[in-house]
Design a protein around this ligand. Structure first.
Ligand code: FAD
Length: 481
């Protein structure tokens, strides 16, 4: 690839201001939220229409440049990093809501529309107030709907609302050769075409094409809530509470857990008044109609008591609910006070194994001399160990990667998987063969090659690539402290 000639052709193709190639400006696009993986792309381009996106993809193919799709760059697996002079194709200016169809509870959006941008626009429509776009990653004010589909994002309410693919019924996608395909339905009620192709593209992490538009479902918003916060002096009682609530047939909208270390960090930062011997906090939210909720809240509270909660608070009003959620939402801000850098890991395990997993994470942290705090979607068994380190110290970076690998392998060994919602990206690529057998890995590669035979788009992410391989672990530097 000749960069000068590529930049010349991109600038000739797109309106002024659509190509970023200045080193200082490219700095912003060197990484996503997983900052350990970074590389300066050759350029970043900002198409505004599907036709422009298709022309860009064709031009990049002509120049043999890697196409790297990017939404808002909030990903946590290095999926939109442009290694080896890749060209980042950003959808952030493809942010038009094309149609909101309240009677059919559907919307048609460009891929760069932000998650909350859609829900806010729906609420502002006549008759739209009771509806929203349900997937709610904590990044929802920034992350794009295209990015949510590409990573199959979950969120706090995934337990009840499920992940993004359940809310996407049609996708327009620019394929790696620049052709434009439309898969799935354009009508929420009708099945369209053979194969579940929207399902294939959801979670494909930009490795099969550039999503340019989506047709999504709008779901009813809950009308009433009850929120329950229980504190425990050991994590086994807390994990058993989670397991029993689910086993009882209750379906909370959310069930979040903070480990003792995280409770203390939040307490020191914000002074909620949590007991000093807190070893775990569970926040459960149930929603539905007022008539049913009080009885269900009682059941949830009784299960907490049976498992020896040392403190229990329930609420049915909006002000107390907001106060109770503050502890959960304050976690990442509180981490920022105590650590120079942090890396949020993501794995999924059977709920019954949570005590063993938390214990093992603690042991691995001690082994590598790292503090690991846990705040996670306990109801789904979707854990998020947060590794605290200092990115100015290469030893700590390498130990973070090694410790994370050990945690993820333990999760697989215990019957879990290496991602609950953040995806694989470049970060966990090396663990794919640990999780999947050779025949399954070969199938993934055949799917990739069928759609992208020349590996033009996001090579080296999600599926091993012959063309591009990034090794974040540096040989000889990864001895534990
Ligand atoms: C504070 C914080 C909280 C978070 N909370 C959650 C959470 O609760 N749940 C959760 O699931 N994730 C969470 N994330 C991770 C991240 O926000 C999600 O993965 C989100 O879906 C990424 O969207 P994005 O627009 O930022 O995509 P990007 O980060 O830009 O890209 C992510 C991946 O999708 C691909 N991609 C993006 N757009 C397209 C497109 N149009 N076509 C094809 N491929 C594309 C990229 O190539 C990359 O592989 C969080 C991140 C942060 C920083």
């Amino acid at each position: 690839m000749n960069r000068d000639s590529l930049l010349h052709d991109l600038q000739a193709l797109l309106p002024a201001g659509s190509v970023v190639s200045d080193d200082a400006e490219l700095l912003v696009y060197e990484s996503d939220g997983f900052t350990i993986a970074h590389a300066r792309p050759a350029a970043v381009v900002f198409p505004t229409t599907t036709a422009q996106a298709s022309d860009v993809v064709k031009l990049l193919a002509k120049h043999d440049a890697q196409i790297v799709p990017r939404g808002s760059g909030t990903g946590l697996a290095g999926g939109c990093v442009g290694f080896e002079n890749g060209v980042v194709v950003s959808t952030s200016r493809m942010n038009r809501i094309i149609e909101i169809d309240i009677p059919n509870r559907a919307a048609h959006v460009q891929a760069g529309v932000r998650n909350t941008q859609l829900s806010n626009a729906v609420a502002a429509q006549p008759g739209g107030a009771p509806l929203h776009f349900a997937p709610d990653p904590s990044s929802q004010s920034a992350s794009t709907i295209g990015g949510n589909a590409a990573t199959n994002a979950g969120g706090i309410h995934t337990l009840k609302d499920f992940v993004s693919s359940n809310h996407v019924f049609g996708i327009e996608i620019v394929l790696p050769d620049g052709s434009i395909a439309t898969v799935g339905g354009q009508n929420a009620c009708c099945e369209a075409g053979p194969f579940d192709l929207p399902g294939l593209f959801c979670g494909s992490e930009g490795t099969l094409g550039l999503i340019t538009a989506l047709w999504v479902r709008l779901a009813p918003k809950p009308v009433a809530y009850r929120t329950i916060v229980g504190i425990f002096d050991n994590s086994t009682d807390a994990s058993s509470t989670v397991a029993e609530i689910i086993a009882a047939g209750l379906l909370p909208a959310a069930m979040e857990m903070l480990d003792g270390r995280m409770v203390r960090v939040v307490e020191e930062a914000f002074g909620f008044g949590f007991p000093s011997n807190a070893a775990a906090l569970i926040l459960t939210e149930i929603d539905g109609t007022d008539e049913l909720l009080d009885a269900q809240m009682q059941m949830v509270a009784d299960i907490h008591r049976r498992h020896h909660a040392i403190s229990l608070e329930t609420s049915s009003d909006a002000a107390t609910r907001a106060k109770l959620w503050k502890a959960r939402k304050a976690t990442f801000g509180a981490i920022g006070r105590i650590s120079h850098s942090y890396c949020t890991q993501d794995a999924c395990v059977p709920r019954s194994t949570l005590p063993a997993v938390l214990q093992r994470i603690d042991e691995i942290g001690r082994e590598f001399g790292l503090q690991i705090n846990n705040v996670f979607h306990a109801g789904d068994g979707n854990i998020h160990p947060i590794f605290l380190y200092d990115d100015r110290d290469e030893w700590q970076v390498q130990n973070t990667l090694l410790a994370a690998e050990k945690v993820l392998k333990f999760c697989v060994d215990i019957g879990g998987t290496i991602t609950g919602e953040h995806g694989v990206g470049v970060e966990k690529l090396h663990l794919m063969p640990y999780l999947f057998d050779p025949a399954t890995m070969a199938l993934f590669e055949r799917v990739k090659k069928a759609i992208d035979p020349q590996e033009r788009i996001n090579a080296g992410k999600l599926i091993p690539s012959e063309k591009l391989h990034v090794n974040l672990l540096k040989p000889g530097r990864h001895v534990p402290q």
